[in-house]
Design a protein around this ligand. Structure first.
Ligand code: GAR
Length: 203
């Protein structure tokens, strides 16, 4: 089974959606959280998932804390990282070690409205359509290659709360579905590799 870690900073509704998705071909072995008081930590406890809580301020720099995280991730055999409301920019240590294996969900139709408070920015901009984006993570802020998007309407009677609920509802559907697709592809690759290896040893 593919082993993955989820990175989150806050409430954890996306974390929950991934955990509750039936028959995902993955074992979530670790929650990584940069906020000691975050609600997502309790959700992980309820699912019996080990949590690694760290305080970035306790380290000299990003390289230092990412190296600590990397050691832990590698010890746990983690091959995919899924960011679910993780509000930090991923640095070179994780990016080079998990190339094209770090995925993020963002609550807008990227490249529009990157960064923090995307739903608030959408609401104040008065656009008629927004959405959610799942993308690979690169060194920028919400700039990596897009994997999937889902449109969400902004209704004239929306408040920030009703819009937030609609957008996050779309996130909770899209993210587990995309994760399934990515991991099924990955499993097929691993199987082909095994088969190729088997033949090369035979001949
Ligand atoms: C989600 O809407 C997620 O897309 C967003 O934070 C929220 C976390 O909610 N992420 C970003 O804005 C990343 N740039 P959750 O903790 O309930 O999953």
């Amino acid at each position: 089974r593919i082993r993955a870690a989820i990175f989150a900073s806050g409430t954890g509704s996306n974390f929950q959606a991934i955990m509750e998705e039936a028959n995902l071909p993955v074992e979530v072995v670790l929650l990584v959280c940069d906020h000691p008081g975050a609600a997502v930590i309790e959700r992980a406890e309820q699912h019996g998932i080990e949590t690694l809580v760290f305080q970035p301020g306790a380290f000299a720099n990003k390289e230092a804390y990412e190296q600590t995280l990397l050691d832990k991730l590698q010890d746990a055999g983690v091959t995919w990282l899924f960011l679910a409301g993780y509000m930090r920019i991923v640095g070179t240590v994780l990016l080079t070690n998990y190339k094209e294996r770090i995925v993020n969900i963002h609550p807008s139709l990227l490249p529009d409205f990157p960064g923090k408070d995307a739903i608030g920015k959408v609401f104040r901009a008065g656009v008629e359509t927004t959405g959610v984006t799942v993308h690979f993570v690169d060194e920028g802020i919400d700039t990596g290659p897009i994997i999937a998007q889902q449109e969400v309407p902004v209704l004239p009677e929306d408040t920030l709360e009703t819009l937030t609920e609609r957008v996050q509802h779309a996130e909770r559907r899209l993210y587990p579905a995309v994760i399934r697709q990515l991991l099924e592809q990955d499993e097929r690759k691993l199987d082909n590799h095994k088969t190729a290896d088997h033949y090369s040893r035979q001949f």
